[in-house]
Design a protein around this ligand. Structure first.
Ligand SMILES: *[C@@H]1O[C@H](CO)[C@@H](O)[C@H](O)[C@H]1NC(C)=O
Ligand SMILES: *[C@@H]1O[C@H](CO)[C@@H](O)[C@H](O)[C@H]1NC(C)=O
Ligand SMILES: *[C@@H]1O[C@H](CO)[C@@H](O)[C@H](O)[C@H]1NC(C)=O
Ligand SMILES: *[C@@H]1O[C@H](CO)[C@@H](O)[C@H](O)[C@H]1NC(C)=O
Length: 454
């Protein structure tokens, strides 16, 4: 018996060890143009496999087993990484199937080059991202690597988003990255975040020999997105990278030197940047969860369903963040609580309490004291936390607020004193009247009447 138990425990331990670092699953589909391309990105794929992902490589050219993201309506991969640029031979990877994949919670990393396919362009359009025409490049005559061949498409950029959920401090403060590829225009959908963009001096155009720029470019300056991300409402993440070379071993190992700038870096920031970006896209970081919530009256510690109007009330919620393979206390300090019945009646900031190390969940407690409104009904306590880079938190609890019971009012209330006085004076007046009427006889008159009768 004990031996069987040991084996079971061992099997579970192995299963847990094999589990990848992502919070949403470990099955990755990588789509390439052909087998040889794998050799161009060994460092990138190596880091992916090193993080215990089960990576399936498929190529566009020999599609004997067709590529399916779904099988019998079920997602067969948790993440999809596209490095394929060849003309749309992959009929099963259509914009619709990609959208379905995202709607079902799958994460997507799309690297495209200037040979972008229509399918990917259409998919990007669904996300409100417009890639420039085929064969265009982002060109910047001021920020390029010295090795550039005169077209100035090998950009050097350090316009990173400063958001710790996506890029760690080391990357943001680290060396610039190399980028050669297509630019895109980012729409106004609030779910989109630009992660890397071009400098003010850049524009997007074709690079034929003796090219004349006679038409307005699609985008110019820092409106050109180089890398952008979208986090859908279901927390699925999509990252679009306009350069395939960005992930190549050559760029990872390359040194960087801007022309006219004395500063040179022995190694580009590409590798660290790409690692952070894939970690974010595959939900290894910036993932939040609510571990517990509690509400009670200030002076009691029992969680009730029904409170009374004007009760003094305490709400506590615990939030933890997944960073680098473990759950830790979330560091945000802008979490808010809303008390809603159709409209928010109360919106307050939750105070972040200091963590104590002995907490089991490695989470941070947030607390708010409020006085419930003078309105009764069914209310929702809502923590609606949506910040770029973090998964969204929408946590709701329903409570009922009742009015005072009749025996909860004070016995005499000052507003009623006119009525008390009215009732009392009425009673007194009536007694006085009766008293007078009964005991007050007109003595003279009554004797005269008696005489008449006699
Ligand atoms: C390009 O961007 C960098 C970093 O933001 C900035 O320091 C530099 O001045 C910019 N260069 C130009 C020519 O705009
Ligand atoms: C960028 O320039 C440096 C310095 O000349 C060079 O060593 C490096 O190979 C260049 N990178 C690329 C990708 O061409
Ligand atoms: C709630 O707190 C306020 C001020 O802190 C106080 O005036 C009020 O009496 C309290 N209400 C109850 C029901 O304890
Ligand atoms: C809540 O926090 C925000 C910033 O996080 C601040 O601007 C706002 O004034 C705070 N509100 C209250 C009521 O303290």
């Amino acid at each position: 018996m004990r031996r069987i138990l040991c084996i079971v425990v061992l099997v579970f331990a192995v299963l847990i060890l094999v589990e990848s670092k992502s919070t949403t699953g470990s099955r990755v589909l990588v789509l390439l143009d052909n087998e040889d391309d794998k050799k161009l990105y060994t460092r990138f794929f190596g880091s992916l496999e090193g993080r215990d992902y089960i990576v399936t490589y498929k190529t566009v050219t020999n599609l004997n087993p067709s590529i399916e993201l779904f099988s019998y309506g079920e997602r067969v991969f948790d993440h999809f990484i596209n490095f394929a640029q060849k003309k749309d031979k992959t009929d099963s990877i259509t914009p619709t199937s990609l959208i379905n994949f995202v709607n079902d919670g799958g994460n997507i990393l799309l690297a495209v080059s200037s040979e972008i396919t229509e399918n990917i362009r259409n998919f990007a359009r669904e996300l409100d991202i417009e890639f420039d025409e085929r064969d265009t490049f982002v060109i910047d005559h001021f920020n390029y690597n010295v090795s550039d061949d005169g077209k100035h498409t090998l950009l050097v950029s350090s316009n990173f988003i400063n958001n710790e959920a996506i890029l760690s401090k080391e990357v943001v403060e680290g060396p610039p990255v190399l980028f050669r590829g297509i630019g895109h225009k980012v729409g106004s959908v609030p779910l989109l975040t630009k992660v890397l963009w071009a400098n003010d001096t850049a524009y997007s155009y074709e690079t034929k020999d003796d090219q004349v720029v006679d038409q307005e470019p699609l985008v110019i300056g820092n409106n050109i997105g180089l890398i952008s991300t979208l986090q859908a409402r279901n927390n699925a993440r999509v990252t679009l990278v306009g350069s395939l070379e960005f992930f190549s071993d050559r760029f990872f190992d390359s040194s960087v030197q801007k022309l006219k700038s004395s500063e040179s870096y022995p190694k580009s920031g590409n590798e660290a940047f790409a690692n952070d970006l894939t970690k974010w896209t595959l939900q290894e970081k910036g993932v939040l969860r609510v571990t517990s919530r509690l509400h009670h009256k200030d002076d009691e510690y029992e969680q009730l369903d029904t409170y009374r109007i004007k009760d003094n009330f305490t709400y506590t919620i615990e939030i933890s963040e997944y960073v680098n393979d473990h759950w830790q206390a979330f560091n945000g300090n802008d979490v808010q609580l809303e008390l809603i019945m159709l409209d928010p009646y109360i919106r307050v900031n939750l105070t972040a309490l200091p963590t104590n190390e002995h907490q089991e969940h490695h989470s941070r407690k947030y607390k708010a004291h409020v006085q419930l409104p003078d309105v009764y009904g069914v209310f929702t306590l809502k923590v609606n936390y949506k910040r770029p880079g973090y998964t969204y938190i929408v946590d709701t609890t329903t409570i009922t607020i009742r009015h005072f019971r009749h025996n909860e009012y004070p016995r005499f209330i000052s507003a009623a004193y006119p009525y008390y006085t009215g009732a009392a004076s009425m009673g007194t007046g009536f007694l006085l009247f009766c008293f007078i009427w009964i005991f007050n006889k007109d003595a003279g008159k009554s004797t005269a009447e008696k005489k008449k009768i006699n």
